[in-house]
Design a protein around this ligand. Sequence first.
Ligand code: DGL
Length: 254
Amino acid sequence: MRELPIGIFDSGMGGISVLKEMKKLMPYEDYIYYGDSKNIPYGIKTKEELQKLCIQIGDYFINRGVKSIVIACNTATSASVDLFRERYDIPIIGVEPALKPAIERHHGGKIIVLATNVTLKEKKFAKLMDQYKDEADIIKLPAPKLVTVVENGITKGEEAQRAILETFEGIDIKEVSSVVLGCTHYIFLKDTMKKILGDEIELIDGGEGTAIHLKNVLSEKGWLKDEEKEGTIEIINSSDDEEKINLSYTLLKS
Ligand code: DGL
């Protein structure tokens, strides 16, 4: 088992932000990244549609032979993490908006959770919200535009700034203390968002936490690879647009 690669997927480019953290923490592991850009956005699909798409990717990984699957997409996790755990006999790592760390660091002010419509509406997030709703003023904010810009490889400059400004229209920034980046695409906009929102607002994401969790799970099983040798990264994309692969590598190096 320990010699097998780790499968990681997202609706497109977003999960590369999680792959970056995994690579940083475990450079000796082999990774297969699957971006489902042909079917993006996931954030407006039904649960049934998402489960169908995710299972196809999950089965693909199982056929290739992987030791773990990381669902590097909050939306896909909401729809299919339970199904994956029933269907596959390997560790399944999901992601969720990092509301818990945001609450732990909270010193007053509003917490904004930026995520897709599906993530914000699904039961999984409702449960998380229930757990923390009395501890802070939490605002749910869907941000589909931000998915589109990142998917097109735009993380800086005027277009990215405009999309961020539009997303926060109607929000009084002075009342906000932190923003949870509850979609893996948004993590690539961190620097640009910081410029617009200012240094006082903390931007919180779960990328590093996911990598640490994966390492712990593999370590407990004795499935971590030998640290001596640098691992490999294979990137696959469902889209016919070959640019998506180049873009994925560019984002990986960013
Ligand atoms: N990257 C995905 C997430 O973390 C969502 C993007 C999409 O709508 O496809 O939720």
